[in-house]
Design a protein around this ligand. Sequence first.
Ligand SMILES: [Zn+2]
Ligand SMILES: [Zn+2]
Length: 128
Amino acid sequence: MAFRCPQCKTRDTLQIELSLDLPPSRQSEEASLQVIACRACGFRSLAVYDVGRGDCPESESWKHIGYWVSPDAVESVSAAIRSCPEPRNPHCTCAAHTSLTKKDLQGSWRGLLELERGHTFAMRMFLG
Ligand SMILES: [Zn+2]
Ligand SMILES: [Zn+2]
């Protein structure tokens, strides 16, 4: 699975390097936080894949959004995901999961709200 890189615009070079499954929130049924990296230009960033709580099961309510963040932010999230013993378990209670899934009063993840203030780009996949 590869995506188009928003920096060098090359197809099929942006790959998901690390992924951490997150517990459901008020807005999402399932979600994961990902570290993405481009094989061509070395661009690294974060992405969030999120399946919304739609009333209609046929609705395409998933979102896959990339975030332009600082290299420091990418490094700290990568280190956190690497430290998790069970990245595919959304109910894992390790330190990384605990800090990355802190929720605000509205039930949204605090870490993600911080990301949303930055610039975003759509994660586009090219099949075939
Ligand atoms: Zn690139
Ligand atoms: Zn964990």
